[in-house]
Design a protein around this ligand. Structure first.
Ligand SMILES: NC(=O)c1ccc[n+]([C@@H]2O[C@H](COP(=O)([O-])OP(=O)(O)OC[C@H]3O[C@@H](n4cnc5c(N)ncnc54)[C@H](OP(=O)(O)O)[C@@H]3O)[C@@H](O)[C@H]2O)c1
Length: 334
């Protein structure tokens, strides 16, 4: 009698974190992966996305119950399929970014409604260099604020993963983007992404340098995911009635801001958004993904792959990111 492969468990590598801490807390374990549930497919990963949030979760800054898996984003092909799956077939190329942690692995069972097909024109490495980050840029420029032609934006970490995409897409929409980077070395990558000028936030007085670069004009919107080191100065770069978007904490959590400070700086608006609520509804998720892929196909969105790491070298990948050694996206290959 043959083995029923649809019901068999499969040996699978995955990254497990049993305590919060430095990159070395990530251990690769081999485990049994059960077959997919009725509404799930089993995805054989071919490329895994690295995102800065993975660092926050590894460190416990955004704490998860331990032990935990890690990673939000991967692309690959459907290898096994649950009995109730409606729209996907074995062999379909798919990508995901909001199915919870666990993407740092060879394979994974994922609910059908959390997956989108990867367009033929986009390869798997490109897909994971820009899906999570592009879906972030998508809500930031469409929903948090609908970017208009000629608006002036200040984008922090403009040479980074989200920053490059945000800059390219906003520029394609006709906005003027001034970039900020934490080292002068990343300046060229920010210019290549479309910035009209770049300021170096490691220099004291960088907010003044921003105003010098713009001839004194303040930004309609400042997109700041650096957090602790930059937010208070970012407030000085927003024009009256403008918006400060604090969407991350690469340098640490942003300090509390007094409501009266917003008044004193010119009736500013302040928000702290996240990509997950923007994509919690499956129909909205698919629409946002279609908007992103459309922008990619029009050439409005792209990201440089800064470096590739094998899954076995995941510790080194996190070190490179934390030490700010990489411009562009990090891609992990299982
Ligand atoms: N809220 C959301 O929905 C959402 C979704 C996705 C990502 N994010 C956030 O967006 C930011 C960018 O994410 P990403 O994955 O594209 O990463 P990334 O921009 O490629 O890397 C993070 C960047 O942060 C800057 N940075 C500033 N201080 C740092 C420090 N002390 N240590 C390390 N880096 C520091 C570095 O750029 P410079 O050297 O140029 O300063 C670094 O390149 C992260 O803060 C992430 O958490 C938020």
């Amino acid at each position: 009698m043959g083995i029923d492969v649809t019901m068999a468990t499969i040996r699978n590598r995955a990254v497990l974190v049993s305590e919060f801490g430095p990159p070395s807390v990530m251990k690769i374990v081999t485990e049994e992966l059960p077959p997919p549930d009725a509404n799930e497919v089993q995805v054989r990963h071919t490329a895994i996305g690295f995102n800065f949030i993975d660092i926050y979760q590894r460190k416990g800054i955004y704490p998860l119950p331990l032990p935990t898996r890690l990673g939000f984003e991967a692309a690959g092909f459907v290898e096994r399929i649950g009995a109730g799956v409606q729209n996907l077939r074995i062999g379909d190329r798919v990508v995901y970014m909001n199915a919870g942690v666990g993407a740092y692995s060879d394979r994974r069972n994922v609910a059908e409604h959390k997956l989108v097909r990867v367009p033929d024109a986009i390869d798997d490495e490109t897909a994971v260099s820009l899906f999570f980050k592009g879906m972030t840029a998508q809500y930031l420029i469409r929903h948090t604020h609908a970017v208009q032609p000629d608006e002036l934006l200040l984008v922090h970490s403009a040479a980074g993963g989200v920053g490059q995409i945000l800059t390219r897409w906003a520029t394609a929409l006709g906005a003027r983007v001034v970039g900020a980077t934490g080292t002068a070395k990343k300046r060229q990558a920010a210019l290549d992404a479309g910035c009209i000028a770049v300021v170096d936030t490691s220099e004291d007085g960088w907010a003044d340098a921003f105003l010098e670069a713009t001839g004194g004009e303040k930004a309609h919107v400042v997109y700041d995911a650096v957090g602790k080191d930059t937010v208070m100065h970012s407030l000085d770069c927003v024009r009256p009635f403008g918006l400060l978007v604090v969407y991350g904490a690469s340098s640490g959590k942003a300090p509390a801001i007094e409501f009266e400070t917003l008044n004193a700086k010119g009736c500013l608006f302040l928000t702290r958004p996240s990509v997950f609520p923007h994509n919690a509804d499956p129909a909205r998720f698919r629409a946002n993904a279609a908007d992103l892929f459309d922008a990619v196909e029009k050439g409005h969105v792209s990201v440089e792959i800064g470096q590739r790491f094998a899954l076995d070298d995941i510790v080194e990948a996190h070190r490179a990111a934390e030490e700010r050694r990489v411009s562009g996206a990090i891609v992990v290959i299982p």
